[in-house]
Design a protein around this ligand. Structure first.
Ligand code: NAD
Length: 321
């Protein structure tokens, strides 16, 4: 039975990953989370009772070297590092906080893993959860172009820059100490448990209250949406079959303009388009993301299977409740 340290497990993707892993594997999970504004233990309600011997929550900051060191003393096989400051708008306001959590926090985890596991350990794994945003923006006029793992790192926001820096540190631990590192770079996730400042839950909650829906710029920015459980499945495939020292992109080949996504949500909710209000564009706003997950598919056969309209409707039902 593998013992997995999941960081940031009270957040959006971490909580969905934990539920998926407890349900579909026999692993044991220790979830550590600082419980910032984005962390919510209600995302995991009932889990402790349902999986008494396989799940434990510890409130801790990934920057707390002593607390992290203690967790490694009790033996860990895998680290999956979801913990992060994740909201681009907030990174424009407080870039220092993003550097502290996303870069320094990751470094604390890497150092403790290396110290505890030693150089070139066998049967251990450190998965750094990164983002497609480290690649920056794709040109709008080359619609066939997608990010691959070989695309240059070219982040635009303090958020994506901090994630890119963490990726570099993680890979340096692989190169220098043989720490078994794998990096995932996923596109935009949607689904239950997302903090309602992010686009999809924000639009749903405002539309339900008949409030104006803020749309950045001209609304033509393109994002590549993946259902959160498809991401969880991909990370599990990587745990089982991923090759250390590699980066794997995760995406669903599901590009949608922001404005079209908002209209689709309004259609499902039966709300008028007059709620849409264009607002001043976000600073440094990336125009288009699109990701190729061909490398992961070739290795594991994984692909994102969820139907977008079906899962978007299910997500809307979740936020309605
Ligand atoms: P989130 O903001 O919902 O959750 C982050 C979690 O980390 C929260 O529970 C928060 O309390 C916790 N946390 C923050 N600082 C911490 C600290 N110092 N110590 C311990 N815990 C801390 O984020 P999310 O959307 O679930 O994203 C999870 C990861 O996936 C992030 O690393 C993010 O960069 C990456 N990612 C997200 C998306 C997306 O679409 N949401 C896409 C690609 C990659």
């Amino acid at each position: 039975m593998k013992k997995i340290l999941v960081t940031g497990g009270a957040g959006f993707i971490g909580s969905n990953f934990i539920k998926f892993m407890l349900k579909h594997t026999d692993c044991q999970i220790i979830n550590i989370d600082k419980l910032t504004y984005a962390g919510n233990l209600d995302n995991l309600s009932g889990i402790e009772k349902l999986y008494t011997n396989r799940y434990k929550f510890v409130k801790a900051d990934i920057n707390d070297n002593d607390a992290i060191g203690e967790l490694f003393v009790n033996g860990l096989d895998i680290v999956v590092n979801f913990a992060a400051e994740s909201h681009v708008d907030r990174s424009i306001e407080t870039p220092d906080l993003f550097a502290r959590t996303n870069i320094m926090g990751t470094l604390v985890l890497l150092q403790n893993a290396q110290k505890s596991w030693g150089n070139t350990p066998i049967d251990k794994l450190f998965i750094q959860i990164s983002t497609d945003e480290v690649y920056g923006s794709l040109p709008e006029d080359k619609l066939k172009e997608r990010f691959t793992e070989n695309s240059p790192i070219n982040p635009s926001s303090p958020y994506s820059a901090s994630k890119a820096a963490a990726d570099m540190l993680a890979m340096s631990f692989y190169q220098t100490y043989g720490l078994p590192v794998i990096i995932t770079r996923c596109s935009n996730n949607y689904g239950p448990n997302q903090f309602p400042e992010k686009l999809i839950p924000l639009i749903i909650s405002k539309a339900l209250n008949d409030e104006p829906l803020p749309v950045y710029g001209d609304g033509q920015n393109i994002r590549d949406w993946i259902y959160v459980e498809d991401n969880a499945k991909a990370v599990n495939e990587i745990i089982n079959q991923g090759i250390i020292g590699n980066v794997y992109n995760i995406g669903a080949e599901n590009e949608i303009k922001n404005i079209d996504l908002i209209k689709q949500i309004l259609d499902i909710l039966n709300k008028p388009y007059t709620l849409i209000h264009y607002v001043e564009d976000r600073l440094g706003h990336d125009r288009r993301y699109a990701i190729s997950a061909a490398k992961l598919n070739a290795l594991t056969g994984w692909s994102a299977l969820s139907d977008f309209t079906e899962k978007l409707t299910l997500t809307i039902e979740h936020y309605k409740k």
